[in-house]
Design a protein around this ligand. Structure first.
Ligand code: ATP
Length: 354
């Protein structure tokens, strides 16, 4: 009997130990499980934050209506930090209104937007040139930049201001009142004014208006420098598509207030590489002959725009065999302009949509 009791006690003790060990294992497993979940959530939110922080402009159904006239319609876009974005569109397409809304000069009728991922920012983080730049005609360039620093609530850093004036190709030591500057010099000064606060984002509505070809090239160089060396994101509207094509790495084509298309410079290059404009007498026969040569469209009187993987000699041979006389051809000169015209035409022939 005594022997039995001792056995039972040992068994109970063993059970007790097993119970304790199992309990500990359960606790450890539960802690491990919760730690893993916390790690996963942390990584998820961190990644989310990094992705969001990389979106410098985000708009959702941004719309502006002026007395019944829709200037900007349901624009939703996301622009990444570090991009140079070209806004393209004919007069009245809504480019200025979009930029004005982003700068806060115009209140959207509906929709919303976020700049710099909604992070709290200083006024100087976003700078813009929208239409006529505000400069004080009676003052020198340096005094204008000094006034701008004060307006932005920044301490006046004369050496930064002098560097900025030099950067845009003006003389920081000149005492000349800026009202006597040429239009191009005023444009350069306006750009210098936007750089006073070392902005992260520049919104520029036709900033090269009035500049001579050298001035335009200088400004392009400056914008590339600001972007590559200082990480400034630039949104720029311009009608000089050949210039915009050299500068931007992403384009938004606007028409009647809407974004018709977004295309990157790389995508555009792929399209451009094989684009030929053919001037023919008989577009219908030419179109029929080119049906296996790629994508061919009639684009204006006696003109065919062909996107093809074939060499041009092969295209000519195909047309000659079909009895089509080719009066002339151009290998797509300006990729952006051709692409823009094609997109807008195709939208117009389709009731405003692509
Ligand atoms: P452009 O290339 O000529 O500068 P845009 O693409 O910048 O043209 P917006 O200036 O944004 O076009 O104009 C878009 C439409 O909104 C136009 O039809 C214009 O007449 C209208 N619009 C712009 N501003 C106003 C305003 N303050 N009041 C009324 N209508 C306006």
């Amino acid at each position: 009997m005594r022997y039995y009791c001792r056995e039972k006690k040992l068994a109970d003790y063993a059970n007790y130990l097993t119970y304790r060990v199992c309990k500990k294992i359960r606790i450890c497993a539960s802690v491990l499980h919760n730690t893993i979940i916390c790690c996963i959530l942390y990584v998820y939110f961190l990644t989310e934050e990094i992705i969001l922080a990389d979106i410098i402009i985000s708009t959702e159904n941004l719309t502006k209506v002026y007395g019944g006239k829709v200037a900007v319609s349901d624009v939703s876009l996301q622009i990444e930090r570090g991009a140079i974005v070209g806004l393209v569109g004919q007069n009245g397409a809504g480019k200025t209104t979009l930029i004005r809304m982003l700068t806060g000069l115009v209140t959207p009728t509906s929709g919303s937007f976020k700049l710099l991922a909604g992070q709290k920012r200083a006024d100087s983080d976003v700078a813009a040139i929208v239409e006529r730049p505000s400069i004080y005609g009676g003052m020198s360039a340096m005094d204008n930049l000094t006034a701008q620093s004060i307006l932005l609530g920044l301490s006046v850093d004369k050496s930064h201001l002098a560097r900025t004036i030099t950067l845009v190709g003006l003389d920081p030591n000149s005492k000349r009142p800026v009202k006597n500057y040429s239009l191009g010099m005023k444009q350069r000064l306006a750009i210098a004014m936007t750089l006073v606060g070392k902005p992260q984002l520049l919104l520029l509505d036709e900033p090269t208006n009035g500049l001579d070809p050298q001035g335009i090239a200088d400004m392009r160089e400056l914008f590339v420098k600001l972007n590559t060396e200082m990480g400034v994101t630039i949104v720029i509207s311009s009608h000089i598509l050949s210039e915009l094509g050299k500068l931007a790495n992403e384009f938004y084509i606007m028409d009647q207030g809407k974004i018709l298309k977004r295309i990157t410079a790389d995508e555009l290059k792929n399209v451009q590489g094989v684009r030929v404009r053919l001037f023919v007498e008989d577009t219908v026969t030419a179109l029929q002959a080119l049906k296996d040569a790629g994508e061919a469209k009639i684009c204006g009187n006696n003109q065919i725009m062909l996107t093809t993987p074939l060499p041009i000699t092969q295209v000519m041979l195909t047309l000659a065999q079909a009895g089509v006389t080719v009066k002339n051809f151009t290998q797509a000169g300006d990729a952006l302009e051709d692409y823009y015209l094609e997109i807008v035409r195709s939208a117009h022939s389709n009731g405003g949509n692509l």
